[in-house]
Design a binder for this molecule. Structure first.
Ligand code: UT7
Length: 326
């Protein structure tokens, strides 16, 4: 059976319990002779704390917790789901996919399950793929999850990156419907910029090959991010015959509050319509959009009928926008 549309019918999220403030992290860095400060981190990024997973906790575990909450919000059981897509750059294993592990944890065998690798744009990519699969009849009810333990790929001696990221997961249930939900998407990549943000390592022949930690040219990423977030927003809105004035909420990838502010200024979206969680969650890569979405749904800001623009941008270089009516 195919549906004309897919709709978001439930959201959920999960953060590992340990919240680490800037001051706590700065003290840990100082103990190893690395200088930083709460003031620098707050002024340059807006980040005040991040959640870090315990050493034995994996992306699939965080993702399964978030998914269970989204299912509960949707009033569904795991066995009602016939598609699970996990956006992650920190999978539990090389294989099987994190999505298969989430499926096992939820007890929902039989449907399709796979991961999407588009780094911080992964959640936008995953919604667009799930929406397409629902509209073409390949699935009817999907769990779309962003889950990351980015702390595992950070070089804790690189102050330019280790203060920026956190762990967590967010999820939505996307269900086939005759009423419009996902209105338009826009996905892009430009592999020529692959080297400005990457973790250029892998496992082969029983060893780590390459560099297993995240490296970033922060200023190059910053400039590109602001520019492509603007163009992707306009493209998705135009596909739906809408403008930024029609938006109730903007839920961008949470990397840096200055990127959020610059992008919303360029788009003419007032600050009070922008959901900001980077101060509490830091950058959780593919998990940041569904985490922010769930926060704003649960605190009552985002309500049924609202038009929400979600946007991701990150390594690859990748970027994407998804416009949805809740
Ligand atoms: O998910 C998508 C991926 N990520 C992003 O979107 C991140 C995009 N980039 C950014 O958010 C910003 O470029 C950063 C927050 C990473 C850096 O901010 P910036 O304003 O571009 O700073 P900068 O890299 O130009 O560094 C300025 C100074 C440097 O010192 P000097 O060379 O001026 O003496 C850095 O060494 O700040 C220094 N610095 C630090 N100082 C204290 C870098 N990291 C730290 C730190 N604490 N943690």
């Amino acid at each position: 059976m195919s549906f004309r549309h897919s709709r978001i019918i439930g959201t959920g999220s999960y953060l590992p319990p340990r919240a680490v403030t800037n001051d706590e992290l700065v003290r840990e860095l100082a103990a190893r002779g690395i200088e930083s400060s709460d003031q620098w981190i707050v002024e340059r990024t807006g980040i005040r704390q991040r959640h870090l997973a315990a050493p034995d906790v994996t992306s699939s575990q965080l993702g399964a917790e978030a998914a269970a909450r989204a299912l509960e919000a949707a009033g569904l059981r795991a066995t009602d789901i016939d598609l699970i897509i996990v956006a992650t750059s920190t999978p539990d294993y090389v294989f099987p996919s994190t999505a298969c592990l989430v499926q096992k944890a939820l007890g929902a065998p039989g449907g399709a399950a796979f991961d999407v690798q588009a780094v911080c744009s992964g959640f936008a990519y995953a919604i667009a793929v799930a929406d397409s699969m629902i509209r073409t009849g390949l699935a009817s009810r999907a769990l779309v999850i962003g889950a990351e333990v980015f702390s595992r790929i950070l070089d804790w001696n690189d102050r330019g990156t280790c203060v920026l990221f956190g762990d967590g997961a967010g999820a939505i249930v996307l269900a086939g419907d005759e009423r419009p939900g996902v209105l338009a998407s826009s996905l892009h990549a430009d592999g020529r910029h692959e080297s400005i943000l990457r973790t250029a390592g892998n496992v082969a022949n029983g060893a780590v090959i390459g560099h297993p930690f995240l490296t970033m040219d922060g200023q190059a990423v910053f400039k590109l991010a602001v520019s492509v977030l603007e163009s992707a927003a306009h493209e998705a809105l135009a596909r739906a015959g809408m403008t930024t004035a029609d938006l109730d909420w903007f839920v961008p990838h949470q990397a840096n509050v200055r990127i959020l502010q610059a992008t919303s200024r360029r788009l003419g979206i007032p600050g009070e319509k922008v959901v900001v969680t980077v101060d509490r969650h830091a950058n959780t890569s593919a998990a940041s959009i569904p985490l922010a979405l769930d926060v704003a749904v649960r605190d009552g800001r985002i309500r049924a009928g609202h038009h929400v623009l979600m946007e991701g941008v990150g390594g690859g270089f990748t970027w994407g926008a998804v416009l949805a009516r809740m």
